[in-house]
Design a protein around this ligand. Structure first.
Ligand code: TYM
Length: 334
């Protein structure tokens, strides 16, 4: 099994990233066999598709890498690096740009959402973002890609690109990568709007729990989370039309390792006055230790940078032969 996944360096990591992706990365790393390889990276090149402040770019990368380490990624067992340090990602992305079709990219919902009405003014990078993502995956000939629900479409595109490349050049270079979304992987929504996903780009910090948040911030954010006036139902069916209530129950279940039905068996009939403090206590118990490790790691940012550099050298050694094989398939003289 060759596992690859990445995360954009556009700001703080939040509870959605943790429950939707990072926790699964740690689980995969922990049950890796002798022939398996896990590669996890900070997608700093992808972060360039939204306007970035150069002054915070480097610190974002270090802080997010420290968060991954604090959450349990072990750089001795997994390969942890930042994308910009491994040139094969960009080089392969250009090559795959010849394989991907404009029509395929036009259908990407993330492109449609992020470009909005101003398509003419959007960056080319935002449009070709999924091609770089395909290169990230295919450069390692990955077999499995652990992501949240929202990345499924990009994974399908990576499979389409791999299939067409293999076919067009009559090679068997790229295996088709499988998205890995374990059943208990929740989609975490904003604390201010149960119909929008929890996101780094939401201007309101109250909409998300950041992994760097203090215990008091975590408690305050849950206390102020949007809800409705009804008590919790005793059956999950009762949450159908109540997105904010459903989201809080989903978060409780994901953190406690129970199903939403188990949570409602305990809290059904109770109001949010009782449920929110219980949720805050649980979140502090689960996330507090990660935050404490993160704060300690940030005391030595140079050490985190050195860990990334080492990981990049290992990643480069794995990606380069794939890039060379792709160049040969195309008849490039390198
Ligand atoms: P990004 O940085 O938006 O998110 C990183 C991971 O977190 C998951 N996620 C969520 N899961 C549940 N609820 C949420 N509210 C939530 N928000 C984010 C995402 O599904 C993702 O798994 N394009 C990718 C980064 C990337 C990548 C790759 C991933 C670049 N190259 C190659 C896999 C393979 C992204 O924007 O993730």
């Amino acid at each position: 099994m060759r596992v690859v996944s990445g995360i954009q360096t556009t700001g703080n990591l939040h509870l959605g990233n943790y429950l939707g992706a990072i926790r699964n990365w740690v689980r995969l790393q922990d049950r890796m066999g002798a022939d398996d390889v896990c590669l996890f990276f900070l997608a700093d090149l992808h972060a360039l598709t939204v306007t970035q402040d150069p002054a915070t770019m480097a610190s974002n990368t270090i802080e997010m890498a420290a968060t991954l380490l604090a959450a349990g990624i072990d750089p001795d067992r997994s390969i942890l690096f930042n994308q910009a340090r491994v040139p094969a990602h960009s080089e392969l992305a250009w090559i795959l740009g010849g394989t991907a079709r404009v029509g395929w990219l036009n259908r990407m919902t993330q492109w449609k959402d992020k470009a909005g009405k101003n398509r003419e003014g959007a960056s080319v990078g935002l449009f070709t973002y999924p091609v770089l993502q395909a290169a990230d995956i295919l450069a390692y000939r990955a077999t499995h890609v652990p992501v949240g629900e929202d990345q499924k479409q990009h994974l399908e595109l990576a499979r389409d690109i791999a299939t067409k490349f293999n076919l067009d050049f009559n090679v068997d270079l790229f295996p088709l990568p499988e998205p890995m979304i374990p059943e208990d992987t929740p989609r975490i929504m904003s604390l201010r709007d149960g119909t929008a996903k929890m996101s780094k780009s939401d201007p309101s910090d109250m909409s998300r729990i950041n992994l760097i948040d203090s215990d008091d911030q975590i408690a305050a954010k849950f206390r102020k989370a949007k809800t409705d006036p009804e008590p919790l139902p005793s059956e999950v069916g009762g949450l159908a039309e109540r997105p904010e209530a459903r989201n809080l129950v989903t978060i409780y279940a994901a953190l406690s390792g129970e199903t939403s039905q188990d949570v409602l068996a305990n809290f059904g009939g109770q109001g949010f006055g009782a449920f929110k403090p219980a949720l805050a206590d649980l979140a502090v118990a689960k996330l507090g230790p990660i935050r404490d490790r993160l704060v300690a790691l940030l005391d030595d940012r140079a050490a985190v940078g050195a860990t990334l550099a080492k990981g990049a050298a290992r990643a480069d050694a794995l990606a380069r032969p794939t890039l060379v094989a792709a160049q040969q398939a195309l008849g490039l003289q390198i």
